[in-house]
Design a protein around this ligand. Structure first.
Ligand code: UD1
Length: 419
């Protein structure tokens, strides 16, 4: 049985929506629970498929994991297992974030490689070279990344690119290493800050979170904590862009608007009235959006995860937009689906030029990843007729209660099962 969405275009989105915890934070916070014996509680977890999948990975490593509503309780044994096998990790790539905590706790880790991804190649060279500088041997063997360290010690690590995943794995290994570690050119995403905060609550000594230089003073032992996940800025911005595309009026709650500074500026450039609030923001768009250029970059730049939404906005904007993808090379596959929906778009290398049209034209389209899937639904909202969006399991991996939330704003969407 497969499922698809039927999206009927034409409605203006209006109302209020509350976002849950950030997908890109919760999975790393769950992995961080491996660093301390005892019961760690993570609250404000989003109701997405990746959370139970991560719970399975942790169970495979010897943890007891209970999931209830938006809370996950992880009880880590004195000696976790160190081998995350292929069955556990194959379904989602973020599982590689257990590598750093396992090296720190067990002094060895074997984590199966989750394989390729539709958005481009995702090597682990920076994760491995960081761990090597901390004193670990790390190789790829029989489809697994293997890391072993007799003595984990502090080091100065300069990342060639501010990789989110590499920063997290090196950070989670360094908190239990002997001496001081400096990670230079570290990723500055709010989800990294969330992880640093949780590690410090557990007794780690991490400073510089949110800047390009993280300094970690290793400690001998960490203790469990209870930590609330930050709101999902990517989901929040998806609803903000949807408001602008449909000339709507949407209040988004549950997110820190400071995490979306540049994104909200871009919506203002497109002609929206954007009002930040303590726990979110409001987007009101009266007229057709104006064309805006976007270039994806590591935080605080425009997020690559919102590139499909930017392409959707450009597709119906008044004028010509240039979108530049600087993070994942294959993310423009999404543009082929947008062309199917009548977007006047062409790509050349990592640039896309999009001439806005007043309205898109419904068609069957296929999601290639979480964000592309959401982008296609947004495009369906401004298309003439009924758009079929297939492979929606991707969307369910990143957007809790997607249909309910969209309907709550007045969008017309139906989930259909087909044999
Ligand atoms: C995380 C997010 C993802 C987001 C991305 C960039 C999670 C679960 N996923 O992915 O949603 O799109 O950040 O904001 O948090 N790279 C290497 N070698 C490495 C590591 C990365 O070459 O060792 C490259 C990647 O191929 C990519 C770029 O660096 O081109 C950025 O990747 P990275 O920041 O590591 O993304 P992820 O942590 O995988």
């Amino acid at each position: 049985m497969t499922e698809h969405f039927l999206v009927t275009g034409g409605n203006r989105l209006e109302g209020e929506v509350t976002v849950g915890g950030a997908k890109n934070s919760v999975l790393k916070l769950m992995a961080a629970a491996l660093l301390a014996e005892g019961t760690t509680v993570v609250t404000n977890c989003p109701g997405i498929l990746d959370v139970p999948l991560m719970a399975e990975v942790l169970r495979g490593l010897g943890c007891e994991v209970e999931l209830e509503d938006s809370e996950v309780r992880i009880t880590t044994p004195a000696e976790p297992k160190y081998h995350a096998d292929f069955d556990a990790v194959k379904q989602f790539r973020a599982s590689v974030c257990v590598l750093g905590p396992l090296v720190a706790r067990c002094r060895r880790a074997v984590v199966a490689l989750p394989g390729g991804d539709a958005i481009g190649s995702r090597p682990l060279d920076m994760h491995q070279s960081g761990l090597r500088l901390l004193g670990a041997h790390s190789e790829i063997e029989h489809g697994c990344v293997v890391a072993e360290a007799e003595d984990l010690h502090g080091a100065t690590i300069r990342l060639v690119f501010p990789s989110v995943g590499a920063t997290e794995n090196i950070l989670m290994a360094a908190v239990l290493a002997r001496g001081e570690t400096i990670i230079d050119n570290a990723a500055r995403e709010p989800e990294i800050v969330d992880l640093c905060n949780m590690l410090n609550e557990m007794g780690a000594k991490v400073s510089g979170g949110g800047s390009s230089t993280l300094t970690i003073e290793g400690v001998r032992k960490l203790s469990p904590t209870t930590h609330r996940v930050i709101g999902d800025r990517i989901v929040a911005a998806t609803w903000g862009v949807a408001a602008s595309m449909t000339r709507g009026d949407v209040r988004v709650r549950g997110v820190n608007p400071k995490h979306l500074g540049l994104v909200l500026d871009k919506l203002r450039n497109a002609g929206a009235e954007v009002t930040p609030a303590a726990d979110g923001f409001r987007v009101v768009q009266h007229d057709r959006p104006k064309a805006v250029n976007f270039a994806t970059l590591p935080y605080p730049g425009f997020p690559t995860d919102l590139q499909p939404m930017a392409i959707g906005l450009a597709a119906v904007a008044d004028g010509t937009s240039m979108i530049t993808e600087n993070v994942f090379e294959s993310r423009f596959r999404f543009v082929e689906e947008m062309i199917r929906l009548g977007s006047d778009a062409r790509t050349d290398g990592h640039h896309a030029v999009i001439r806005g049209v007043p309205i898109l034209s419904s068609a069957p389209v296929w999601s290639s990843d979480i964000r592309a899937g959401a982008g296609l639904v947004l495009a369906g909202l401004v298309a003439d007729g009924v758009t079929e969006v297939h492979d929606i399991f991707h969307i369910d991996r990143g957007y809790p209660r997607f249909v309910e939330n969209l309907r709550g704003l007045g969008g017309v969407i139906e989930r259909v099962s087909a044999a």
